[in-house]
Design a protein around this ligand. Sequence first.
Ligand SMILES: [Zn+2]
Length: 141
Amino acid sequence: MHDWHTALTSLQQYADIQSHDPHCRVGSALISPCGLIAHRDVNQFPRGIANDERWHDVDAKLDLVIHAEQAVLHGYLHDVSGWTMLITKCPCHHCAQAMIQRGISRVICPPYRVGSKWERSHRLAQEMFREAGVNYTELTQ
Ligand SMILES: [Zn+2]
């Protein structure tokens, strides 16, 4: 049985080092059915796009950034049906679509921040997880 709080803390430390986002450093990890972290990644600009001042321009950043969950799924092209995704932030609905489509069966993350501009997207993600039969677990501190 995993200590998910420790795993989440470790993943956040990885994101704090690897992500260029000055405000929101997100990490995501793919965990195989036997509990091994097979791949992890962070929110990032696509390959070939410079890590420049656009990270500090919210509109430019949102247009360019690949969320950590999608970065992980793009970077690991083996079958992940039945696998777990650990994320340091509650996922948006676009990432939920991608995870469901790839067959992720369990999502573990902290709860979203109530009143956040992403709240509608988080709720939609959770509705999709429920309807698609994805086990969604929020880790509280
Ligand atoms: Zn997302």
